[in-house]
Design a protein around this ligand. Structure first.
Ligand code: UDH
Ligand code: NGS
Length: 345
């Protein structure tokens, strides 16, 4: 063997050793990264982890990682028809209900009357807006019946009681406008259900959500013999998407006292080319809690004149002219109470 060839052999030998070492190093690095990418002790994670599994994982990791996982584990959308619905319901108002009991019966309702389904992502984010003054007994019945129904409907919802401060004439439509604005300050709602406090649905298939067209939900009330009182009737309970509500400049602010504001809203919708969607008469059955006429809510003598001029007034009176003084926002166990001074006629 010549001197030159022995030098070449040594160089080749060293290069081979270096390549082998580099290969081992490479494999080691890959192995370390592989192990670090696992988050269970056995390096195995199911794609379809259950809600409980998710909770256990969250408990075991640091907050920063939790945030990362929250975006990673996305719930599936809820089905179009909730499997939890039961259909017709018995609704009666002769028993006593207490807020404590309602709270116990609805442990998954969060502070402020908020709820989100646990196992799926709700199809809509619904703010339920209730105009209110001195109707605490009715509100208890409403909460008692509606919280379980809304949860079975798999909605991501919040309940907003818009309480008119003082003794001035009541203004239902203006309170509803306030509810729309205040609810949106809190959450990115895409649907608004406007409900009187004394109306309870008798079938949970009457879904408190929004539809392609504005929806009238209280279509067959006991007090009207389970029929519509007239075709254009839009009072009681209705729903509108944000887009539908914005198209009509919200509701009128200048209907003080009882009557006509719901007809004005109906006019607004039809002048903007929308039609009314309704559940069928069976699903749309509901009961009203009987009561006397409220103080400071006498029939408004101007209502007929006002509804005759909706076309001219709707762009000049509504969401774009809404003014009010916010008095308080209280996050209670079963609802958010927003007290407001809406002024006087
Ligand atoms: N509302 C209050 N407080 C009031 C007035 C109205 O909370 O003082 C709210 C409440 O949500 C009610 C809604 O506004 O359900 C509509 O009230 P309304 O007076 O326009 O309608 P309602 O059908 O009563 O409740 C109509 C008068 C009934 C007279 C019955 C006489 N037997
Ligand atoms: C109409 C009112 C509506 C009211 C409806 C039902 O006459 O505001 O009766 O009232 N329209 C006018 O007065 C112009 S109820 O029987 O529920 O008290 O919603």
């Amino acid at each position: 063997m010549t001197g030159d060839s022995s030098v070449n052999f040594n160089v080749l030998n060293r290069i081979c050793k270096l390549v082998v070492v580099l290969c081992f190093l490479h494999i080691a690095v890959i192995f370390v990264f592989y192990v670090r990418s696992m988050d269970s002790p056995f390096g195995f994670r199911s794609q379809h982890s259950t809600r409980n599994d998710t909770k256990r994982q969250e408990a075991a990791v640091e907050p920063a990682e939790q945030a990362e996982q929250a975006t990673e584990i996305k719930l599936e959308k809820c089905p179009e028809t909730s499997p939890l619905l039961v259909g017709p319901l018995r609704v009666e108002f002769n028993t006593h209900v207490s807020l404590d009991q309602i709270k116990k019966d609805n442990p998954n309702v969060q502070l402020g009357g908020r709820y989100q389904p646990k196992d799926c992502e709700a199809l809509q984010k619904v703010a339920i807006i209730i105009p209110f003054r001195n109707r605490d007994e009715h509100l208890k019945f409403w909460l008692h019946y509606l919280h379980p129904i809304l949860q079975r409907q798999q909605l991501d919802y919040g309940v907003y009681i818009i309480n008119q401060e003082g003794d001035e004439t009541f203004n239902r439509a203006k309170l509803l406008n306030v509810g729309y604005v205040e609810a949106l300050k809190e959450y990115d709602y895409d649907c608004f259900v406007f409900s009187d406090v004394d109306l309870i649905p008798m079938d949970d298939r009457n879904i408190y959500r929004c539809f392609q067209q504005p929806r009238h939900l209280s279509v067959s009330m006991d007090k009207f013999g389970y029929r519509l009182p007239y075709n254009q009737y839009f009072g009681g309970v209705s729903s509108m998407s944000k887009d539908q509500y914005l198209k009509i400049n919200g509701f009128p602010n200048n209907y003080w006292g009882w009557g006509g504001e719901d007809d004005d809203i109906y006019n607004r919708l039809s002048f903007r080319g929308m039609s009314i969607s309704r559940p069928d008469g069976e699903v749309g059955k509901c009961r009203m809690i009987r009561h006397d006429r409220d103080r400071q809510n006498d029939p408004n003598p101007q209502r007929f004149d006002r509804i005759a001029h909706t076309r001219d007034t709707m762009d000049k009176d509504g969401l774009n002219t809404l003014t009010y003084q916010l008095v308080s926002v209280e996050k209670l166990d079963l609802y958010t109470k927003i007290t407001v001074n809406v002024g006087k006629p």
